[in-house]
Write a protein that binds this ligand. Structure first.
Ligand code: SF4
Ligand code: SF4
Length: 363
């Protein structure tokens, strides 16, 4: 695995002398992908894409979003800002968003793995990697959205013919944008929509000079989003703790024996939910298959088997899990009974002691 990213530039990275009034988001979905991240982001609410684009959030510059799935322009009209940026002629600063894994165009005999638009002179497709080479260095920030762009994802698994990789594998884990930032990874298959929008909003505030440099971990993920495990936010963690496991889907119990990797996976989805706080894989009955992780999918297959490490902790937990459940059942039964002094009769049985000199003695 690559070394941790370096500190941002000593000049403070993205902190323009005069905050820009307009910022473009140039979004390339021409890596190897399913466009699922573009679709996922339409569900964001914290904040919504519409709120950012329509200037509903105080302090943000005016945003010009150029995403091929969401655009009303098409063809050459859509490509205008990309061509301007590629030549260094786009007047306003831009954030580059890359969706999909990056193919290795050196490992083929002919043709291309991924391309976007065509060269106006040769009429040949322009490689996605060429666009990245043109656009990333001039960006104030470059974001890899989704696990494919971040780490290679499904397309990068063993046996794939494209040699594809994540954006930081392609540009370099020590690479810095014009804004002094490394590639910013927001993994997820697809990305959790609010994780992406929150990160973009943070960066836009940073570009406006209103936020400190974004904190990233050594896998280039925003620390506040990926610092906890799935297990730590899971609705089913109480079942795990007392070794009460589901043996089939449809059970409300812990899913670890069905293949859940939650205890060792960095992801906030069970805590955050998927849309409007609702959903989040194990919360709604699906095992965590580790889709946010750099080792996904190869290191977590086969998905439906009990994760190897968990067998040990589950076995250890089982030794005291039964005892804990028994004790808790007793406590639960006791808690379901009213206190014994609550009964009708001539005597007060609560243990109440009347203060001396009470104005209105009870007896
Ligand atoms: S379902 Fe998964 S994440 Fe939830 S408690 Fe069980 S092992 Fe942990
Ligand atoms: S809970 Fe697991 S499978 Fe679901 S989004 Fe997070 S890492 Fe992916």
């Amino acid at each position: 695995m690559p070394a941790p990213h370096p500190s941002p530039r000593p000049d403070g990275g993205v902190r323009p002398a005069a905050a820009p009034t307009d910022v473009h988001i140039l979004w390339i979905n021409a890596g190897l992908s399913c466009d699922g991240d573009s679709v996922s982001v339409t569900a964001a609410q914290q904040p919504a894409l519409e709120d950012v684009v329509l200037q509903g959030i105080p302090g943000l510059p005016k945003i010009h979003l150029h995403n091929p799935v969401l655009a009303t322009e098409n063809g050459e009209e859509f490509l205008v800002p990309f061509r301007q940026a590629a030549k260094g002629e786009l007047k306003e600063p831009y954030v580059l968003v890359v969706e999909g894994s990056i193919p290795n165009e050196k490992v083929k005999d002919e043709g291309y793995w991924a391309a976007w638009g065509e060269d106006p002179v040769t009429r040949q497709p322009i490689l996605t990697t060429q666009w990245i080479d043109w656009l990333a260095p001039r960006s104030v920030a470059t974001i890899a959205i989704g696990t494919c762009a971040a780490y290679g994802g499904i397309h990068g698994m063993a046996g794939n013919p494209t040699g594809c990789m994540g954006l930081a594998d392609y540009l370099g884990w020590n690479w810095l944008s014009a804004g002094g930032l490394p590639v910013i990874n927001i993994p997820g298959c697809p990305v959790q929509p609010d994780n992406f929008m929150e990160t973009v909003t943070y960066l836009l505030y940073q570009v406006a000079g209103m936020a400190p440099i974004i904190p990233l971990d050594d896998k280039l993920r925003p620390t506040w989003l990926f610092g906890k495990t799935v297990h730590e936010g899971c609705d089913r963690a109480g079942y795990y703790e007392q070794s009460d496991f589901a043996s089939e889907y449809g059970s409300p119990k812990c899913l670890v024996k069905l293949g859940c990797w939650g205890p060792v996976i960095n992801c906030n989805v069970p805590k955050r939910g998927w849309m409007s706080g609702i959903g989040g894989c194990p919360n709604v009955g699906g095992i965590c298959m580790a889709c946010t992780m750099p080792g996904f999918p190869d290191k977590f297959m086969p998905f439906m088997d009990e994760p190897p490490g968990s067998a040990v902790s589950v076995a250890a937990g089982a030794a005291y899990g039964h005892a804990i459940r028994t004790l808790r059942a007793l406590t639960n039964r006791a808690g379901n009974q009213e206190p014994r002094w609550r009964r009708r009769g001539p005597a007060l049985t609560t243990g109440y002691t009347e203060p001396q000199g009470a104005a209105y003695p009870r007896h």
